[in-house]
Design a protein around this ligand. Structure first.
Ligand SMILES: C[S@@+](CC[C@H](N)C(=O)[O-])C[C@H]1O[C@@H](n2cnc3c(N)ncnc32)[C@H](O)[C@@H]1O
Length: 261
């Protein structure tokens, strides 16, 4: 009898251990997102491929972009994937007024400047290390997102600093919670929300973006990754707001978008 008890206890311990180790995977598997995932060509016609042959489709001229890579040993924090960077760069080609919440190293800002029309203007809002005293974690803000926000607020010079493209870019060092969106109502063609990933900041940045977005303009959110601890508040906010706004997830990315039709 004792022998059976022992086997039972060992089995239960084993199963609990496997469940514990795989808890993230299981959570992801069980998570049912309410946000529809769409193919990129639904976002804009520029992404519809050219037919080269029955078995081969290729990019149109509209999405051939200027780009760069940074070697991994530079340890730059908070970056988009190459595919996401290409999507944002392509949309920049058809955008004259662009806004970004969260500059960080300025990788995306630089790509926007490289690819947007010559007279385009990019405004990017970010925190300086010395602004951080002003930032407090709210009651519903995820701890890890708050820690990341602090760790990512380390740059005062950017990848585009001292380049030919710097004059297209206006950097505002300010806490987005204090940022006055009123002077930019219905102004921007493209807005990239990639600032603080806590609930209070994502909500603030999104609500301001809805007001600043022009007719037919696009808002993109970065880091929609269900199951990822530091993206928890982004996912939660997007789910909440999707009850009022038509928001889609772009396949094979962590990007969600809203278009102001
Ligand atoms: C994930 S990084 C941005 C990455 C950048 N968009 C890119 O693609 O390379 C987050 C940035 O948001 C900024 N940030 C976080 N909370 C902010 C706030 N409340 N107001 C302004 N900027 C904020 C941080 O200082 C940091 O520069």
């Amino acid at each position: 009898m004792i022998y059976y008890y022992l086997i039972f206890i060992l089995l239960t311990l084993n199963i609990s251990l496997v469940l514990f180790i795989n808890k993230k995977k299981i959570k992801n598997y069980l998570f049912k997102s309410k946000i529809e995932t769409i193919n990129l060509d639904k976002l804009d016609d520029i992404f519809i491929n050219n037919k080269i042959d029955n078995k081969l489709y290729g990019p149109k001229e509209d999405v051939i972009i200027k780009s760069f890579c940074i070697s991994a040993n530079n340890n730059i924090v908070g970056m988009t994937s190459d595919y996401e960077a290409w999507i944002i760069s392509s949309l920049s080609k058809i955008s004259n007024n662009i806004f970004e919440f969260g500059t960080c190293s300025g990788k995306t800002t630089y790509l926007m400047a490289l690819n947007s029309p010559q007279n385009a203007k990019i405004t990017t809002l970010t925190l300086k290390p010395e602004n951080l005293f002003d930032i407090k974690r709210g009651q519903f803000d995820n701890k890890k997102s708050f820690r990341n926000l602090i760790n990512e607020s380390i740059y005062e010079k950017f990848l585009f600093s001292n380049t030919l493209y710097e004059n297209k870019i206006n950097v505002i060092f300010e806490n987005s919670l204090n940022f006055n969106e009123k002077k930019y109502l219905n102004f921007f063609d493209l807005i990239f929300i990639d600032g603080g990933h806590t609930y209070s900041i994502v909500k603030n940045d999104s609500e301001k973006s809805f007001k600043m977005l022009k007719q037919n303009g696009i808002i993109l959110w970065h880091d929609f990754v269900p199951g990822k601890e530091s993206a928890k508040n982004v996912v939660k906010y997007i789910h909440n707001i999707s009850e009022k706004k038509n928001i889609f997830h772009i396949k094979n990315t962590s990007l969600c978008y809203y278009r102001n039709y």
